[in-house]
Write a protein that binds this ligand. Structure first.
Ligand SMILES: Nc1ncnc2c1ncn2[C@@H]1O[C@H](COP(=O)(O)OP(=O)(O)O)[C@@H](O)[C@H]1O
Ligand code: SF4
Ligand SMILES: [Mg+2]
Length: 396
């Protein structure tokens, strides 16, 4: 069963609706089919995790939502903020929405921060860009925002430059900027990937706390299924530009119905697996997005693949009749019923927990971080169970 938090919202309550979004990039070698029919809906206050290996189309999907793709990109489908279609809006129209109704947090805080201005100035500017208020009031709001993301001594820190902050604190400032105008939607693209592993969990907690305080809905993008474990209400798994599974967080962790999701779970270091000394990562790498195979793009890596997988790409469909609602558990696999009976180690070969992971799960971070055991048996505690206050104080 799907396990959304809160009551199921009707369509009219949806803050963001992405419908059959496709993005192609023309290149001399042919079109890169970066996004191939992504659909999701985001209910108010909900956190949707988008997970997939590097190159699966997570960032391009989000850049399409924000209207930030290069002009050469060919975009089709629909992106609606409440009832308003965003695809096709002018740059000026999108500017009034960006940072106000929809805010984005990028992986590298220095993409968003200007090194030559004090953080207080940058926070105040974010507020003043959308609200005509006196400067003193904007400064007071800047201090309040720093406090919201757990920056100690915010009234002193407000007058410092980004270089005087640690990496974790800089990303907290970026989160504060994103929250400055109480947006309805926040899109956080790998918000902790660039950070030291000891501060990732605390920054995620600050992000979640700020999201709750403002009541914003959030899309949390990561290549690491462990990151969304303690954070998301629902999870969308992407592979080769397409959603291959979507469901409540418990559906995805405890009842995955697509072999790729099972493989991602098997790649997560966990204490119980460390005791067994084994991980079960997926071998191989994703297909080229220029010349995609005819059938299921996961076929060459899939232990359950049959002949039909090579000729027909499966649609994303409810895993059973009970899940046919708009927020139901869906997967794209011809053999979704068979997946239900397996654990990662049944399908994927074991490897040493200390070995470097194949593919590029860890391409945005170090293998060392990936191999670090994170938490107890319950995978939902992953990445929320390490790092201590003293680590944090050191980082600050
Ligand atoms: N401007 C571009 N031109 C051509 N290909 C691009 C461009 N931007 C992204 N891509 C390709 O689109 C695919 C999806 O990229 P991306 O969304 O960044 O992946 P992810 O965020 O999941 O790691 C990748 O194959 C990437 O190389
Ligand atoms: S459709 Fe076939 S290849 Fe694709 S995930 Fe399912 S079993 Fe594997
Ligand atoms: Mg990305």
């Amino acid at each position: 069963m799907s396990t959304n938090s809160g009551s199921p919202a009707g369509l009219s309550d949806t803050v963001l609706t992405v419908d059959n979004l496709t993005v192609d990039f023309p290149t001399p070698d042919g079109a890169v089919h970066a996004v191939r029919g992504v659909s999701y809906r985001l209910n108010p206050g909900e956190v949707l995790g988008i997970v997939g290996e590097s190159g699966s189309g997570k960032s391009v999907t989000s850049m399409a939502v924000m209207g930030l793709l290069p002009k050469t990109a060919k975009v089709s489908g629909s992106v609606r903020f409440r009832d308003r279609e965003l695809l096709g809006l002018s740059d000026n129209e999108m500017k009034t929405l960006r940072g106000n109704k929809i805010a984005m947090i990028f992986q590298d805080p220095m993409t968003s921060l200007n090194p030559v201005y004090k953080v207080g100035h940058q926070l105040a500017e974010a507020v003043l860009a959308h609200h005509d208020i006196p400067k003193a009031k904007a400064r007071a709001r800047a201090i309040e925002l720093l406090e919201m993301v757990d920056i100690p001594q915010p009234d002193r820190r407000v007058d410092q430059y980004p270089h005087e902050f640690s990496g974790g604190m800089r990303q907290r400032v970026v989160i504060a900027i994103a929250m400055a105008n109480n947006p309805d939607v926040i899109i956080a693209d790998e918000p902790t990937t660039a950070l030291d592993v000891t501060v990732q969990a605390q920054v995620l907690d600050s992000l979640r706390a700020a999201q709750r305080e403002t009541g914003a809905a959030m899309v949390l993008i990561t290549h690491d299924l462990g990151v969304v474990a303690g954070q998301a209400d629902r999870v969308l798994v992407m592979y080769a530009g397409k959603p291959v599974e979507i469901g409540g967080v418990d559906d995805i962790y405890y009842n995955p119905r697509m072999p790729y999701t099972l493989g991602l779970l098997g790649s997560l270091p966990r204490l119980d697996q460390r005791e067994a000394g084994r991980l079960t990562p997926i071998q191989g790498s994703p297909p080229s997005l220029v010349n995609l195979p005819l059938g299921c793009p996961f076929t060459p890596r899939c232990p359950l693949a049959q002949d039909v997988c090579e000729t027909r790409e499966p649609d994303l469909e409810p895993v059973d009749a009970d899940e046919a609602g708009p927020d139901g558990h869906r997967s794209a696999c011809h053999f979704k019923d068979r997946v239900a009976r397996h654990r990662p180690a049944d399908l994927f070969d074991e490897t040493s927990a200390d070995a470097e992971l194949p593919g590029d799960f860890g391409s945005d971070s170090t293998g060392e971080e990936q191999a670090e055991p994170h938490g107890p048996t319950d995978v939902r505690s992953v990445n929320t169970d390490f790092g201590t206050e003293s680590d944090r104080d050191e980082q600050l």
